[in-house]
Design a protein around this ligand. Structure first.
Ligand SMILES: *Cc1c(COP(=O)(O)O)cnc(C)c1O
Length: 466
C-alpha cells in the first residue's frame, strides 16, 4: 500500500491547473470545489486501504490523474440537477413521470414575474389591507364553470381529502363499487375515505350500479353521494352506471349533496373535437352536481393543483376547515393558474395551452415535423435508418384511457446499437430526450415535441451517432 504515501496534500492538489482552471470558471466556489476534491481523495484513500486500487506500479502522477478525473466527474454530477428539463418524444401528452402539463408562455411569464419580487398574495391593493389568497382565481373559475364558488388546494387528491373530511367526516358517504378506483401512485379512493373518517357505503357491483342501489343505501347518517370519474380505466361489456340526472334528482329528494371527483376535469370540450368522451366541468355544474373537484395539471394544462367548484354553501365550509390551511397552494401555483385561466377566458386555449395544442395536433402536422427532423439529420447519421409510419399516441396521466390519437412516428434503427442502448444514450444527453421503444425500435412521436425542441433532438441523435 505504498500508494497511500503518494496521496498528495489537498493544498498541493489545489495548486494544480486542473483545480485552478475550474476555480477560474467562477461557477463553483473555492469552498465547494475544495469539498468535492477532499471527497475524491478520501474515496481514493479508502479504495487503496480496501485494496480496490491495487496496482502497485501506479506512479504518484497517475494517482493524481485518477483523483482529478473523478473530480471532473463529481463536478459534472453536481452541475446536473436532480430535477431537470427533458424533451418528451413519447407522444404521451400528460406523462405523469415527466411532470404532466407543460405550462403556457403566458403562465411562465407570470411565474417569473411573481417569483422575482413581492406580490399581492394576501394583500388588497385597493384597501391597503390584508387580502385573501382564495380571491386570486375564484372569479375566473366561477365565470368559466358557471359555479357559485371555487377554491384551490395542492392537488386533486388533497381536494378529495378535504371535501370528504369537511362534509362527510363521521358520517356515511355512498359510492358505487365500480368507482372505488386506484389512481396511479397508490391513490385509492377507499383509502382516502377511510383516512378522512368517512363511513363508506358501497353500492352496486363492479360493473353495474342502479339508482335504486343508491336509494336503498340512504339512511339518516348519509351526508354525501360520491361519484368518482373513471379516468384511468374503462369497464367494458355488460355495464350500467347511474347517470348524472338520476343522481341529482335522488339528491334533491333526500336533500343530500353530490360530490363528483372528475379527475382530469376539462374546460375544453374535447368531445366536440372527436377526442374521447370527457364531460366538461361546465356540463357537470349545469347538471346540478353540488361539489366538483379536478386536477390543475391534467387536461386543464396548468400547474399542479386541486380545483374545487360548486355551491357557495359547501365551498365556504371547505375554506373554513382547518385542513384548508394545511393544503393551501403557494404563489407560484396561483400565478400560473391565473394566467392559464385567463387564457381560457380569452378563448385562446387552443393555441396557447400546450396540452390542448398537443392533443389537437393533427397527424399531418406531426408527419411534416417528422420529415423536417429526418431532413436535418439523415445525411449526418449514416448508421441510423429512419422510417415514418402510422401509429397512435396516448393522452396519458390516467386520462381518456380508451382514446388513441392518430399520429406518425419515426421508427429508428441503428446499425449496431440496440434500441435500449440508443434510448439510454439519448437519456444521458445534456438535455435528456425520452423516447418510446416498440418491437426493438426507437419511436419518436413529435406530438409532444415543440418546434423549438427539434434541434435538441437533432443534436442528441448526432451525439449518439458519434
Ligand atoms: C388524477 C386523479 C386524482 C388525483 O389527482 P392529483 O391532482 O394527481 O392529486 C384523483 N381522482 C381522479 C379520478 C383522478 O383521475
Amino acid at each position: 500500500m505504498k500508494q497511500l504515501r503518494y496521496l498528495p496534500a489537498i493544498d498541493f492538489l489545489k495548486s494544480d491547473n486542473r483545480f485552478t482552471d475550474k476555480l477560474k470558471m467562477n461557477y463553483l466556489s473555492d469552498s465547494m470545489l475544495t469539498d468535492i476534491l477532499v471527497e475524491q481523495v478520501d474515496k481514493v484513500r479508502n479504495e487503496i486501504i480496501n485494496k480496490r486500487i491495487e496496482d502497485e506500479s501506479l506512479t504518484r502522477e497517475e494517482l493524481v490523474t485518477i483523483i482529478f478525473n473523478r473530480f471532473d466527474r463529481a463536478i459534472a454530477d453536481f452541475n446536473q440537477n436532480n430535477l431537470q428539463r427533458v424533451v418528451n418524444a413519447t407522444g404521451v401528452v400528460l406523462h405523469t413521470n415527466l411532470g404532466r402539463a407543460p405550462l403556457s408562455e403566458q403562465a411562465i411569464t407570470q411565474l417569473t414575474e411573481i417569483a422575482k419580487g413581492y406580490s399581492t398574495l394576501e394583500y388588497n391593493i385597493r384597501t391597503g389591507k390584508r387580502g385573501s389568497r382564495h380571491d386570486i382565481v375564484e372569479q375566473y373559475l366561477t365565470k368559466l364553470t358557471g359555479a357559485e364558488a371555487a377554491m384551490v388546494v395542492n392537488n386533486n387528491a388533497a381536494a378529495v381529502y378535504l371535501i370528504l373530511k369537511a362534509i362527510a367526516s363521521g358520517k356515511e358517504a355512498i359510492v358505487s363499487r365500480g368507482e372505488l378506483v386506484e389512481i396511479g401512485g397508490s391513490f385509492r379512493v377507499s383509502d382516502i375515505m377511510e383516512e378522512s373518517n368517512v363511513d363508506i357505503v358501497e353500492v352496486g357491483t363492479t360493473n353495474k350500479t342502479k339508482i335504486t342501489d343508491y336509494e336503498r343505501a340512504i339512511t339518516d347518517e348519509t351526508s354525501l353521494l360520491l361519484k368518482v370519474h373513471k379516468s384511468n380505466f374503462k369497464i367494458i361489456g355488460f355495464t350500467e352506471e347511474v347517470d348524472t340526472e338520476a343522481l341529482v334528482s335522488l339528491s334533491k329528494t333526500y336533500n343530500i349533496p353530490i360530490y363528483e371527483d372528475l379527475g382530469s376535469g376539462t374546460l375544453f370540450n374535447f368531445t366536440e373535437k372527436k377526442i374521447g368522451n370527457e364531460p366538461t366541468v361546465q356540463q357537470k355544474v349545469k347538471a346540478g352536481i353540488h361539489i366538483i373537484s379536478f386536477s390543475g395539471d391534467k387536461l386543464l394544462g396548468g400547474p399542479q393543483a386541486g380545483i374545487i367548484v360548486g355551491r357557495k354553501k359547501y365551498i365556504d365550509q371547505l375554506k373554513k376547515h382547518q385542513l384548508a390551511r394545511v393544503l393551501r397552494v403557494d404563489k407560484f401555483t396561483l400565478a400560473t393558474l391565473e394566467a392559464t385561466l385567463k387564457t381560457y377566458l380569452n378563448k385562446r386555449e387552443r393555441e396557447q395551452i400546450p396540452v390542448i395544442r398537443n392533443l389537437l395536433k393533427s397527424a399531418e402536422t406531426i408527419k411534416e415535423e417528422a420529415h423536417k427532423f429526418i431532413d436535418k439529420i439523415v445525411h449526418k447519421t449514416p448508421l441510423f435508418t429512419y422510417e415514418v409510419m402510422n401509429e397512435k399516441s396516448k393522452v396519458g396521466g390516467g386520462t381518456m384511457p380508451e382514446v388513441e390519437l392518430d399520429t406518425y412516428v419515426i421508427k429508428i434503427i441503428h446499425d449496431h446499437l440496440t434500441s435500449e442502448q440508443i434510448a439510454k444514450l439519448l437519456r444521458h444527453y445534456e438535455i435528456p430526450v425520452i423516447v418510446r421503444i416498440k418491437d426493438e425500435a426507437v419511436l419518436l412521436d413529435f406530438r409532444t415535441v415543440n418546434e423549438d425542441e427539434l434541434d435538441i433532438v437533432v443534436n442528441a441523435f448526432l451525439s449518439v451517432h458519434e
